[in-house]
Design a protein around this ligand. Structure first.
Ligand code: SAM
Length: 254
């Protein structure tokens, strides 16, 4: 997958050299190209922002600089353009999967009060453009949001995770885990500071272990994010598990 990022802080993306992302780049699975937006600014100060029309605090990023940068980076091509903004569509695992199926993404992280809105009108008519939010809070700039999105997308690309099955069992993974959080996980030793690993995990009984994991995912989701669960999508075994949590006095949501 090719990923271009245009930013006034390309150095912000150094973490993409580390761990899974670094290996994916070394293997050629991920082709990340970073561009310094200021290279498209032609005044002596390489200015990329100006005061907002209508007044008010802060600065707005200039449309002609973003326009020249995006035009040069895309050439005749048509990547999916992703513009991080708190007012965008929420970024979720489903969106990460959607992006993982794209051959080419172009990210346009802003600083200051954001990019002149005409840039989104212009490229919304020419490219598939998404304005995307990584959560209901405000960052100082879009670079951290882009790092989050690249990492969530790239780990879904074939060959990036050592064990491709791990993504299938993740919280929010499409299929059986779509609306569930992953339950607790354990490793050796079997007893640590008096805390024992649940016995079923030591039993070697795959069917029972799978059912226990499913039950714990249900239990955790009901406790922490009950709004995720659509009762209509649960199997009879899931519903029986929820009834048994209640019977045991577990304070799971109704
Ligand atoms: N005044 C803007 C508003 O209230 O929507 C916030 C601008 S913020 C200081 C600067 C940039 O950080 C945004 O243009 C966007 O690129 C990025 N950003 C901030 N919070 C974000 C979020 N929750 N999700 C995605 N990008 C975000």
């Amino acid at each position: 997958m090719r990923i271009d990022v245009i930013s006034i802080f390309p150095e912000y993306f150094a973490p993409l050299d580390v761990s899974l992302m670094g290996k994916a780049r070394a293997k050629g699975i991920l082709d990340v190209r970073l561009h310094q937006l200021r290279e498209w600014a032609h005044d002596v100060h390489k200015t990329v922002d100006d005061t907002p029309y209508g007044g008010g605090p802060g600065m707005v990023m200039k449309p002609e600089i973003w326009g020249a940068a995006i035009d040069d980076v895309i050439g005749e091509g048509s990547p999916r353009l992703v513009v991080p903004t708190p007012s965008g569509r929420p970024f979720t695992q489903a969106v990460a999967l959607e992006y993982a199926a794209e051959p080419w993404l172009l990210f346009a992280p802003a600083r200051y009060e954001g990019i002149d809105s005409r840039v989104m009108i212009e490229y919304g008519a020419r490219l598939r453009l998404d304005e995307v939010s990584i959560g209901d809070y405000v960052l100082a700039g879009g670079e951290a949001a882009v790092l989050v999105m690249i990492e969530a997308v790239a780990r879904l690309l074939p060959g990036v995770l050592g064990n491709a099955v791990s993504a299938v069992d993740d919280s929010f993974a499409p299929g059986a885990m779509e609306n569930l959080l992953e339950g607790p996980v354990f490793t050796k030793p079997p007893v640590w500071r008096g805390h024992e690993v649940p016995e079923v995990l030591l039993s070697g009984h795959h069917g029972k272990i799978a059912r226990w994991r499913r039950d714990e995912a249900l239990r955790r989701t009901l406790r922490k994010r009950p709004e995720l669960i659509e009762r209509g999508e649960l199997s009879p075994a899931d519903l029986r598990a929820i009834e048994s949590f209640r019977a045991d006095g577990d304070p799971v949501a109704d």
